[in-house]
Write a protein that binds this ligand. Structure first.
Ligand SMILES: [Zn+2]
Length: 169
């Protein structure tokens, strides 16, 4: 069973399991949620412009840069990505679902590879994102952002060619 422990962490509350969970086990299936089109600090993003709220105990699952679960937004499940002991806190990597967060924060997870500023995937490098399970809508948004970034250097080259021409004229 999953329990909410209030005042249990730097973030105010945390979600803990009272039973051992095996790597790969589906811990929770999201049901009874509501679909919205704006991110709030209580929503989880499940598509390019789709977010869900009213998530029950999941609302208390904190971020970690070394998480023990993933939220699979295609199947709407929470899955263990390692064995979890009783009384351990459950966590997931917020940028694996969130492109741009409503309330960014400084992470205190203590992991050696902590990303520090948790503001959504758009603020992380591809190298950092590659270390994690990332949902498809985040991959799509990252590819889109890279495509846009590729246009920028061309614009700079065209501009400098223009300058050269005017110099030689
Ligand atoms: Zn961290």
């Amino acid at each position: 069973m999953l329990n909410v422990e209030r005042g249990g962490s730097a973030y105010g509350a945390r979600l803990i399991t009272d039973q051992p969970i095996r790597n790969g086990e589906v811990i929770y299936t999201i049901t009874g949620h509501r679909v919205v089109h704006t991110a709030t600090y209580q929503t989880v993003q499940i598509g390019i412009d789709t977010h869900i709220e009213e998530l029950g105990v999941l609302a208390y699952m904190n971020h970690s840069c070394q998480p023990n679960t993933i939220i699979d937004t295609k199947n709407l499940t929470v899955v263990a990505i390692r064995d979890i002991m009783p009384n351990e806190e459950l966590s997931f990597f917020y940028p694996s679902t969130e492109w741009e967060m409503d309330r960014p924060f400084i992470c205190l997870c203590g992991a050696s590879q902590c990303v520090r500023l948790v503001a959504g995937a758009r603020y992380l490098s591809i190298d950092t994102l590659e270390r994690y399970f990332i949902n498809e809508h985040i991959r799509d948004l990252a590819v889109e952002a890279l495509d846009k970034a590729r246009i920028a250097p061309d614009a700079v080259v065209r501009q400098s060619v223009g300058v050269e021409r005017s110099t030689h004229a």
